[in-house]
Design a protein around this ligand. Structure first.
Ligand code: ZN
Length: 345
């Protein structure tokens, strides 16, 4: 038994479920039997081979997927932190361990960062290989499906945490999975009010279901006035931008009160112009870019809260499919019907 099924991006125009060799453990690696893997917007970009995918240094063929959870089935000679049988969730950011950032507590933005499922083979497969340091042991109480979304959840969690949402009026722009995870995180961190903004009714329904106090449709509602009136005319204390829309990014600053805080997670497809004097300098806006999770403080906090039940995200895992139905999962994610699609390889 040395072969496995894997979803491989084989060429710019094609992806296919193939039978390929199971990867072999290097001395610092662990081999993981993948039990659940979640589909992310990044996977859709790679599948479509859009301009972003073409620009980030991907070499094909590539096993797709980077959000997963499973059991360790083999460990390299030099691995002392994990054992066969450990349940692990995977950190996508693979740091070098030697650069300035790595040596100064910022491994998640390593200068030589490699990304699982983007620069190295990923997890839409029966088995996945990662450096042991990127496989985070999690307790048995956390299900494989939840373990598979700890990676995107951690990004959203960190945005809410770094913007200090406790007691704050928060606006979340974009209600894809990351935006919805940000709504859940803001609520878990004690936000006073959370307004969620999107253009798809199904996503706004989900935002309400998980506890957003307001769900505003940017196409049909007067979002700015609604936020003003919900905040006594001051504007939002915190805006979490998770849409990547250039218009939404500009509006982030319009919705923000003076002295407020903005977390940027969404990736705009093009440069944008902003009236910095008005929207940032005179407003004293604090802008925080969020590229993934702190390694591993964010993971520790998420694990604690998931186990205690204070952070609940089950309802966002809307579709669970065998990997053989990968095309169906992509279609569900693209048409906005699904929040999070989980594959069981
Ligand atoms: Zn580094």
């Amino acid at each position: 038994m040395d072969k496995m099924r894997a979803l491989v991006k084989t060429a710019p125009e094609t992806a296919a479920l193939l039978t390929i060799p199971i990867p072999r453990c290097g001395s610092r690696d662990v081999l993981i039997r993948v039990k659940a893997a979640a589909l992310c917007g990044t996977d859709l970009h790679i599948y479509d081979w859009n301009l972003w995918a073409q620009s980030v240094g991907i070499s094909l063929p590539l096993v797709m997927g980077h959000e997963c959870c499973g059991d360790v089935v083999a460990v390299g000679d030099a691995v002392t932190t994990l054992r066969i049988g450990d349940k692990v969730a995977c950190e996508t950011h693979v740091p070098c361990g030697e650069c300035y950032q790595c040596l100064n507590g910022q491994q998640h933005i390593c200068s030589n960062l490699k990304l699982f499922g983007i620069h190295i083979n990923g997890c839409f497969a029966e088995y996945a290989l990662l450096p042991a340091m990127c496989a985070r042991k999690i307790p048995r109480e956390i299900s494989y499906d939840i373990g598979a979304v700890m990676e995107p959840l951690g990004t959203a969690w960190r945005a809410a945490q770094e913007t200090r949402v406790g007691g704050a009026n928060v606006v979340v722009l974009g209600c894809g999975p990351i935006g919805l995870f940000a709504v859940a995180s803001a609520l878990a961190l004690g936000a006073a009010k959370v307004a969620a903004v999107d253009i798809l009714p199904a996503r706004l329904e989900m935002a309400k279901k998980i506890g957003a106090h307001m769900a505003l449709n940017a196409l049909s509602d007067q979002v700015g006035p609604a936020i003003q009136s919900a905040t006594k005319g001051y504007g939002a204390d915190v805006v979490i931008e998770a849409s990547g829309s250039v218009d939404a990014l500009k509006q982030s600053f319009q919705y923000l009160r003076k002295g407020g805080r903005v977390a940027l997670i969404g990736l705009p497809g093009k440069p944008l112009s902003l009236d910095l004097a008005k929207e940032v300098v005179f407003k004293e806006a604090v802008i925080i870019g969020i590229h993934g999770r702190k390694m591993f403080e964010t993971w520790t906090q998420m694990e604690n809260l998931l186990v205690s039940g204070k952070l609940a995200v089950e309802s966002m895992l809307t579709h669970v499919l065998p990997l053989s139905l990968w095309q169906e999962g992509i279609a569900l994610a693209k048409n906005g019907q699904a929040c999070k699609v989980i594959y069981h390889p």
